[in-house]
Design a binder for this molecule. Structure first.
Ligand SMILES: C[S@@+](CC[C@H](N)C(=O)[O-])C[C@H]1O[C@@H](n2cnc3c(N)ncnc32)[C@H](O)[C@@H]1O
Length: 283
């Protein structure tokens, strides 16, 4: 008999499968905005020639691609995601960026189908908080890392430090389109509580754990640019947005604009705070 958790996992991954095209469309702007976080992660794993670097939950793959040239000659990037449609996006982007020393693998965070002690470094940007069992994901990272290997990962900091994403969600709730997620559910802020990420890594067998906030403010030319990105990247938002009539959409748009007033200048351009928690640890 199937466990209820298996159905939940399947639903979560179906959501990512459906989101892949939008993530592909937005990949250039996400790559640019995320550079402070991505660079931090790559610096912390300090990739070297001949090494094997595993990126998990890679989505469009850009974080790992930043490190690929440092692995040459002789080294390999394993670009992985649980969702084939995301790997297709990553394959296309690797070809566009001329990244050749890369293998693509469909891998799950909670049971990484790789041999024990088989990789030198792991990067996971905005993945571990999305799974039902983050403890299992961290244990698996520890298992596949060689002794002396490094893990660098990023999750999202607290909701109040991330109005770029919490404002649209708040407007959806206020206007009765969605309910608040149940406490403890996987999602963007599941590992945001103070101390939680460091504790997770130490409990998972890592040492030399460092956790710090990394700011990556999001700039948009106008409200429509922000909404367009949100429709592409956020499945719950897209689901509601696409089902609304013109009047309801206008009301939602207006409420988002009001909530973002303090971040909007006279021309209508927005700069919204966004903060990740970045962590590095040794195996
Ligand atoms: C928020 S996106 C981040 C993508 C990319 N790391 C980035 O920084 O742009 C999350 C990614 O995690 C993948 N994902 C979700 N659940 C996963 C799981 N259980 N195992 C592996 N990947 C998963 C999704 O398919 C998606 O590509």
């Amino acid at each position: 008999m199937r466990e209820p958790e298996e159905d939940e996992r399947e639903l979560l991954l179906d959501g990512w499968d459906e989101a892949a095209k939008g993530w592909g469309r937005q990949a250039d702007s996400v790559r640019a905005a995320a550079m402070p976080v991505s660079s931090w992660l790559v610096e912390r794993v300090a990739p070297r020639a001949g090494q094997t670097l595993l990126e998990l939950a890679a989505g469009p793959g850009d974080t790992g691609f930043l490190a690929a040239s440092a692995l040459a000659p002789g080294g390999t990037l394993i670009c992985s995601d649980a969702v084939q449609a995301m790997l297709e996006v990553a394959r296309e982007r690797a070809a566009e960026q001329g990244v050749a020393n890369v293998e693509f693998k469909q891998l799950q965070l909670e049971w990484i189908d790789l041999p024990t002690a088989s990789v030198d470094a792991i990067i996971v940007k905005w993945g571990v908080m999305l799974v039902l069992d983050p403890e299992a994901a961290v244990r698996e990272c520890r298992r596949v890392l060689r002794p002396g290997g490094r893990l660098a990962l990023a999750v999202w900091d607290a909701p109040e430090r991330n109005p770029w994403t919490t404002i649209p969600q708040r407007a959806l709730r206020e206007l009765g389109h969605i309910d608040a997620p149940p406490p403890g559910a996987p999602g963007m802020f599941a590992l945001a509580a103070p101390g939680r990420l460091g504790e997770l890594l130490e409990d998972g067998g890592f040492f030399d754990v460092e956790v710090m906030p990394v700011e990556m403010p999001r700039s948009y030319a106008n409200l429509n640019a922000w909404l367009g990105e949100t429709v592409d990247l956020s499945r719950p938002f897209r689901g509601v947005w696409n089902a609304l009539g013109d009047q309801q959409r206008a009301a939602l748009r207006a409420r988002i604009g009001e909530l973002a007033r303090e971040f909007t200048d006279a021309s209508g351009a927005l700069v919204l705070p966004a903060v990740s928690l970045a962590a590095s640890a040794g195996a």
